[in-house]
Design a protein around this ligand. Structure first.
Ligand SMILES: Nc1ncnc2c1ncn2[C@@H]1O[C@H](COP(=O)(O)OP(=O)(O)OP(=O)(O)O)[C@@H](O)[C@H]1O
Ligand SMILES: [Mg+2]
Length: 276
């Protein structure tokens, strides 16, 4: 019995490795604090890459509050299955997504997890999904340095890097530092820090107000010796679009936030190619 179980485990691990070997770049989006814009970054980055004809997979590892489905406007979709495993939801011709939201019966019901089960769930989400060949796998995580990012980083071989999202207050240095140290401990290169919600441009007078101050993310990057990827301003329209399930980067390319985002995207692509 024990031998059968061990063989099964080995099989599972080999399958996971085989699947991951078909993916050129894997990156994880993290933050020390909640609500700073990880999911927005993961969703918009995936969308923008897919629109530029890269094959992209978006994996939501937020087990308690999975919300990439809402931000992509595809809450009603469900995961499929085939002889090759779990089939992701196709969002665009070149973008596939997997989230526990695609399995929930009722989106209001909280999903309660005990620690060890989380690791099993993440293992299944990574190892049993038939992603096929991808240029990028983008992994969205819940805030902090807990079970989910830890499982992801331990299970996926050769993660190309971590993108750390923060807000501009001085205190964000503390939050960003935890994520940077976490990545370093797990030998994952830090692609860089994004300072999100950095300044607000009034849609009426077009003047900029630094709601959460400015520069904390850049200062954190400098202090921690990691690249600074750029700042995305607070954009009231972005909130509205996200609630309607429309990625802002694809919708209003001329806005300061979309322009900033495209620069950040380029920085991420260049880093991953240079470090391959
Ligand atoms: N630059 C921005 N301008 C305006 N709204 C933004 C911006 N970035 C994110 N938001 C909005 O802020 C809210 C929180 O963002 P998001 O869900 O991406 O954060 P998160 O870090 O993934 O949160 P959690 O830690 O709960 O997973 C969302 O409503 C999102 O649309
Ligand atoms: Mg999130």
């Amino acid at each position: 019995m024990k031998q059968v179980m061990q063989a099964e485990k080995l099989d599972q691990e080999n399958r996971l490795k085989e699947r991951m070997a078909l993916i050129r770049h894997k990156l994880i989006v993290m933050s020390g604090k909640g609500g700073v814009g990880k999911t927005s970054v993961a969703v918009n980055l995936s969308y923008a890459l897919a629109l530029s004809h890269k094959k992209v997979g978006l994996l939501d590892t937020d087990l308690h509050g999975p919300n990439i489905a809402k931000m992509l406007g595809i809450e009603k979709e469900t995961l499929g299955s085939s002889a090759d495993g779990i089939e992701p939801v196709r969002v665009l011709p070149e973008l596939k997504a997997v989230s526990l939201a695609f399995t929930a019966q009722n989106p209001d019901t909280p999903i309660i997890w005990r620690g060890p089960l989380k690791a099993t769930a993440i293992k299944q989400l990574i190892g049993e999904v038939n992603w096929g060949t991808l240029d990028y796998l983008i992994i969205d995580s819940p805030p902090g340095t807990g079970d989910e990012p830890l499982s992801v980083c331990q299970l996926i071989p050769e993660i190309g890097g971590a993108v750390i999202v923060t807000t501009p207050q001085d205190i964000s240095i503390l939050d960003a530092r935890k994520s940077v140290l976490f990545a370093r401990q797990l030998h994952i290169p830090v692609i860089g820090i994004i300072e999100n919600m950095s300044g607000f441009i009034c849609p009426h007078c077009h003047k900029e107000t630094a709601i959460f101050k400015k520069g904390g993310g850049e200062k954190a990057a400098l202090e921690l010796g990691v690249p600074f990827l750029g700042r995305i301003p607070f954009d009231a329209e972005q909130v509205e679009l996200a609630d309607r399930g429309v990625p802002f980067v694809s919708f209003r390319k001329d806005t300061p936030s979309a322009k900033a985002f495209m620069e950040i995207q380029k920085g991420i692509e260049d880093f991953l190619e240079a470090h391959k």
